[in-house]
Design a protein around this ligand. Structure first.
Ligand code: MRU
Length: 366
């Protein structure tokens, strides 16, 4: 997407510098900082400490991480070490394991002398595939928004609530949940976005609000607890969220708090959609609530809030007593029965084994 007049992806290979560059998301919305990732340690820190985040972007970053490591040492030992180190970084987003396995399985079959070039090209390809998947998700999601818009008074916006950041910053480009929104705007459909702040890391307040603002999409930032109230009063037409891992039977793991939005949407008969590339489906898991590992992050993220201070500098403020411990599960799982539909690159399906199998018949599901 564009920042000002310039088109950006969230990660790219800078040919002039022969280096992988990313937007370091820790500083948004206040500063646009671009950094080079040079070593395996850089790539691992970038994922673990959330310089980059969002399931598809975590996968793409890991692919580039393998490629950069293989340029330095193309041996099997180095490939296995890079796989292990990168796999350790974040446990929930399945795109990480998908990208690491894709790179490892491809490279292991290749002679060492050819691995650097093949790895580099495959990392670029994974990025391009993500962009195309998200574009397709946007086109399929657009059809849903069009139908809702057709039932509204002329000029009245479609009110869409979203949680966390499943925007272009969470992918290589377009985003998953935001791609239908960007496509709707391009198609001239009036939309208005309710942006959940998304404590504790505030990806909604810091990243989704910044995306909406930079792309000129009408929006309001709301506290995480406002969604249910807005739904009761007819102010939400649909919910679209992303996902870090969706089970083969349609249970959806996403940023903590998503489940509560799905419950409120169900109670108010509001459609709750999940937008995802198929690389986010964990084909080995049926029951998401029981089987998906939930990342537990540092309690500082709960007891402190990061932002721009009154003196203009960026920093954290503590919001709780010195002695209060924080607990920080980073994701929750929304059972498939609360999900109206999955918007994938191949189209819309029911969040169920049968629905997913219908779109992806080449996958053998239990
Ligand atoms: O902890 P984060 O910021 O990596 O969590 C991101 C999310 O929960 C997104 O909704 C999800 O990864 C989908 S991104 C297209």
């Amino acid at each position: 997407m564009k920042i000002g007049a310039k088109h950006y992806r969230s990660i790219w290979f800078n040919d002039a510098k022969q280096a992988v560059e990313i937007i370091d998301q820790r500083w948004l919305p206040h500063e646009l900082r671009i950094v080079e990732l040079k070593s395996l340690k850089d790539f691992a820190s970038a994922i673990a400490d959330m310089w980059v985040r969002g399931a598809p972007l975590i996968g793409a970053t890991a692919a580039f991480g393998i490629a950069e490591q293989i340029k330095k040492d193309p041996s099997d030992a180095s490939l296995n070490e890079a796989w292990e180190i990168l796999h350790e970084t974040r446990p929930t987003a399945i795109n990480l394991r998908w990208a690491l396995n894709d790179m490892r399985d491809l490279l292991k079959k290749m002679p060492e002398a050819k691995r650097a070039e093949i790895a580099h090209n495959r990392a670029l390809e994974i990025s391009d595939e993500d962009v195309e998947c998200n574009r397709q998700i946007g086109l399929h999601g657009l059809e849903i928004i069009k139908k809702i818009a057709a039932n509204k008074n002329p000029g009245e916006p479609v009110n869409i609530l979203t949680h966390c950041n499943a925007g272009w910053l969470a992918t290589v480009d377009w985003g998953t949940a935001t791609s239908p929104i960007y496509h709707a705007v391009e198609a001239g459909i009036a939309v208005h976005i309710w942006v959940d702040e998304t404590r504790p890391r505030n990806q909604g307040a810091q990243l989704t609000a910044w995306e909406m603002d930079s792309q000129g999409v009408p929006h309001h930032l709301i506290v995480d607890n406002a969604g249910g109230h807005l739904m009761q009063h007819g102010d939400v037409d649909m919910v679209i969220v992303g996902t870090d891992r969706t089970s083969a039977h349609g249970d959806v793991c996403n940023k903590i708090g998503t489940y509560l939005k799905a419950l409120a949407a169900k109670d108010n008969n509001i459609p709750f959609y999940v937008a995802l590339p198929s690389t986010t489906i964990d084909w080995t898991i049926k029951n998401g609530v029981l089987e998906i590992p939930i990342e537990e992050r540092h309690s500082d993220e709960v007891t402190k809030v990061w932002g721009k201070l009154e003196n203009g500098s960026l920093g954290a403020v503590q919001i709780s007593p010195d002695g209060t411990p924080g607990s920080n599960p980073a994701f929750d799982v929304t059972p498939s029965r609360l999900v109206t539909g999955l918007i994938t690159e191949r189209g819309l399906c029911e969040a169920s084994r049968e629905g997913i199998a219908g779109l992806f018949p080449e996958r053998v599901l239990d």
